[in-house]
Design a protein around this ligand. Sequence first.
Ligand code: SAM
Ligand code: CA
Length: 234
Amino acid sequence: MESKANFTTSTDKCLLQSDELYEAGTLLIILLKKFIYVHVLEVLSERAVMGTSPDAGQFMALLLKLINPKKTIEIGVFTGYSLLLTALTIPDDGKITAIDINRSTYEIGLPIIEKSGVKHKINFIESEALPVLDQLLKDPENKETFDFAFVDADKINYANYHEKLLELLKPGGVVVYDNTLWGGSVAMPEDSVPKFRLASRDAAIEFNKYLGNDTRVQISQVPVGDGVTVCRRL
Ligand code: SAM
Ligand code: CA
């Protein structure tokens, strides 16, 4: 810009104007890119909290190695973090019935699952989870045959999932529920909990009480990640 300060001819003026326009356009593009980048990051990071936290994942992988399950269910797949860790941990002939209402998020992680060579263990079903559990229960061959289940979906339905899963799990089978501390909000007074967390927080409190009173299972609430509750069917 400075080098054009002493222009004398009309060609110089045109050049200056086109240079200025070019620079203004470039600046606009840079700002637009920055805006898009920041907002895409915001959206992605907001959704990133949906994934199971790595410490809970590490705990679950250890649990899976101890149980060595062959027939498992996962409710709530998202991009497949917990699904991948389960698929990597169970034996090669193990199977996972993986249910989520949204296939598109599963497809984001699918290339990594394929690259890891464990896709053959996964039967992904795009659906509300409850009808799938009902469908499984219609076949008597499925009753009391599952070794392991992981539930990480709509908190409001956890008790409904629990009832169906208890029929599907073998005695001694294990179900793990994620987010049972719900950001610690289960132990906070109601007026200190952000409004958008209240419904799931109340559902988590109800569910924790319900599990605590359930004599059909042995439980332990483990404060890793967002709180996972491990239940062994008696
Ligand atoms: N386990 C995943 C992981 O480790 O990355 C995270 C699951 S994310 C917290 C919850 C998922 O549950 C979402 O992908 C959502 O689509 C799914 N979901 C919510 N309500 C559902 C329902 N009623 N039936 C099936 N899936 C549901
Ligand atoms: Ca979760």
